[in-house]
Every structure is written in structure tokens, then in C-alpha cells.
Write a protein of this length. Structure first.
Length: 311
């Protein structure tokens, strides 16, 4: 998908200006072509296709849930769906983020491809069930697409419930998450043992530890991968402050540092979806643009690493 000035995608521009219907009447098939441009990857356990750019909610959505639907976050969420976004990741650990997500979703009409992902983050079977039921209420859904065990917490207990819930159709997929390197050895054993559909961990252009063992194991076991902390909580932008984007970034349809970082991640063949968090419309549009156009090949990915490591 070609990009317009200011990092807006053609799709967003067309939607926000109403130019889409004009173009559609002048150029038959135009929107159909634009619509088919989003990059999707396959969830190995079912073959379902998922847009590669998802949305995280930690901190950015932890605001007053009673006023969220009237806040700028509604535009942020709307831009996510207008640009083919699907997967939204939350957790009871993120304060009011689940309630805010639910309140915003209520106001979005084009959310037919929504894929809800949240987590269980407590100890004990009964506590886990109560928490997951609460998450459904807060998100306003009667089925969660992906339920993940947050930070490996009490996984031996929750896995039993998750298998039961999956069999009953209350959830569609089971996952587990971490963002800590110190959990990687235990996570590796868990991936070998449990019948998981998804695993979530941190990966970005400067933190590539999971390339060594976890990504290959996930690929071998047919487990989809979600990537958190793609911007190191914003730290990567501080690293490139004042630096110009290399000209060769245009070879993979990249017009900003945000797209540079996200395209690096989703171009890894064993990555399924990345979940950057943002509270700003401008950043959301920028992030979603990374889900369109060409991706860097392996040689270009090496060049991207060298560039960032040289700063
Ligand atoms: N253990 C776990 O399960 C676990 C752990 C960590 C994270 N996660 C999940 O992963 C998600 C992402 O990780 P994260 O929130 O820690 O950090 P992140 O996505 O790496 O970084 C978020 C920060 O980047 C900024 N940002 C976003 N898009 C930008 C853009 N295009 N240009 C410039 N700045 C931009 C945001 O600020 P603005 O608001 O100003 O845009 C925000 O401060 C979380 O929200 C959560 O859902 C899960």
C-alpha cells in the first residue's frame, strides 16, 4: 500500500476524507485492491489468517474507563480497525485497560474482524476462573479469542482450566506470555510440553534473544508468536532521535522509524503478530502502515540491525 505525506496510509486518507467513494466510482475495483493489501500471517494450529499489526494496551489504555469513549483514545481505536487491525492484547494487570478496551469497542461499528487476547494473572483455579469471567464482562464479549497465562504465573493450575474452557468454546486459543529473559529457560520447557496455540515474548531490533531458541521451537511445534515491547517501551525512539531514516528504507515501503522497527519484527518468518501500544492517533496510523507494502528480506534485516547498532 502506498503511503501519503505525514505517514498516513492511502487507506486511512481515503476513509477519513470520503475520497474513497469518489475514487471507487471513478476507478472500478480501486478499493478492492486497497483492501487486499494488508499483510496477514497464519495461526498454525487452525490456519486462520491474522493481520500482522495488533494493539497493546498496557499503560496507554489505563485511563478512566467512564470517560474513555469520549477521549482521543476512541479515534486511536477507530484508526486501528480502519486499517485492518484485528488483535488487541490486554490483561487484568493493566489497571483499567480491559474496561477501557470494552468501552471503546462498544463505539466501534466495523469491528467484525476483532480478535480479543487477554490474560489470566493470579494464583489458584477459582481465582483464575473469576478473573477470566470478569475479563469477558469488561471486554463486552461472551468468548475470548486468545486467553494467555500472564508471565507464566501459576501455569500448572491455569492450563487445566484453559483446556476445559477451550473444549467448551469459551476461548478459541490458549497462550502463555513473558517479557523477561530470565523466564526463557522455563518457557522453553513449557513450549515443549503444553498444547499451546500462541506464545508471547519480547523481540525487537536490539533485543533478539528469542531468535536463538524460542522462535525456532515455536515454529517447530506449530505455535503462533505474539511480540511485545516492539519499541522497548519507547526506548528505541530515543536511540534514533535526530537520525535520518536511511534512503534504502523506501525499498521496503518504510517512511518512519516506527515502521522500520515493526517491519523488522514482522519480516521474521516465525513471527505471527506484533502488538505495539500507543495513545496517539498519529502513532497508530504510523504503526498500522507497517502492515502494508513490502517487507525487508534477510540481507536487508542484517543491514537494519547494523544501522541501529551503529548509533
Ligand atoms: N508479559 C507480558 O505479557 C507483556 C509484557 C510487556 C508488554 N506486553 C504487551 O505488549 C504491548 C506492547 O509493549 P509496551 O506497551 O510495553 O511497549 P512498546 O509497544 O514497545 O512501546 C510503547 C511506547 O511507544 C510509543 N509509541 C508507539 N507507537 C509509536 C510511534 N509510531 N512513534 C513513536 N512512539 C510510539 C508509545 O507512546 P505514545 O502513547 O506516545 O504513542 C508508548 O510509550 C503492551 O501494551 C502489552 O499489551 C505484554
Amino acid at each position: 500500500m502506498s503511503k501519503l505525506k505525514h505517514g498516513l496510509t492511502r487507506r486511512h486518507f481515503l476513509k477519513s476524507t470520503g475520497a474513497a467513494s469518489l475514487l471507487c466510482s471513478l476507478v472500478p475495483g480501486y478499493l478492492a485492491a486497497a483492501d487486499s493489501g494488508v499483510i496477514k500471517k497464519t495461526v498454525p494450529s487452525t490456519g486462520e489468517r491474522l493481520s500482522v499489526i495488533g494493539l497493546g494496551t498496557s499503560r496507554t489504555f489505563d485511563v478512566d474507563s467512564t470517560t474513555a469513549a469520549k477521549s482521543p483514545l476512541l479515534e486511536v481505536m477507530q484508526a486501528f480497525f480502519d486499517n485492518d487491525g484485528q488483535l488487541i492484547d490486554s490483561s487484568p494487570m493493566y489497571g483499567s485497560a480491559e474496561a477501557v478496551t470494552g468501552a471503546l469497542l462498544e463505539r466501534i461499528s466495523n469491528k467484525q474482524n476483532l480478535f480479543t487476547a487477554t490474560k489470566v494473572w493470579t494464583n489458584g483455579k477459582r481465582e483464575g476462573i473469576d478473573q477470566m469471567e470478569q475479563s469477558m464482562r469488561l471486554l463486552g464479549v461472551d468468548r475470548i479469542d486468545l486467553m494467555q497465562i500472564h508471565n507464566l504465573r501459576d501455569w500448572q493450575t491455569h492450563i487445566e482450566t484453559l483446556l476445559e474452557w477451550k473444549a467448551q468454546g469459551k476461548i478459541r486459543y490458549i497462550g502463555i506470555t513473558t517479557s523477561h529473559g530470565r523466564d526463557h529457560d522455563e518457557l522453553e520447557e513449557i513450549l515443549q510440553q503444553l498444547p499451546l496455540d500462541f506464545v508471547q515474548f519480547s523481540y525487537n531490533i536490539l533485543d533478539r534473544d528469542i531468535e536463538k531458541r524460542l522462535l525456532p521451537i515455536a515454529a517447530e511445534k506449530g505455535i503462533a508468536t505474539l511480540i511485545n515491547r516492539p519499541y522497548q517501551r519507547g526506548g528505541l525512539f530515543r536511540k534514533v532521535r535526530g537520525k535520518s531514516l536511511p534512503e534504502w528504507a523506501s525499498e521496503f515501503d518504510c517512511t518512519s522509524w516506527g515502521q522500520f522497527f515493526l517491519k523488522f519484527i514482522v519480516s521474521h518468518p516465525d513471527v505471527t503478530c506484533v502488538i505495539p501500544a500507543t495513545s496517539k492517533l498519529k502513532h497508530m496510523v504510523d504503526n498500522m502502515a507497517a502492515g502494508y507494502g513490502r517487507l525487508p528480506d534477510e540481507a536487508t534485516r542484517r543491514r537494519m540491525i547494523k544501522t541501529i547498532e551503529s548509533f
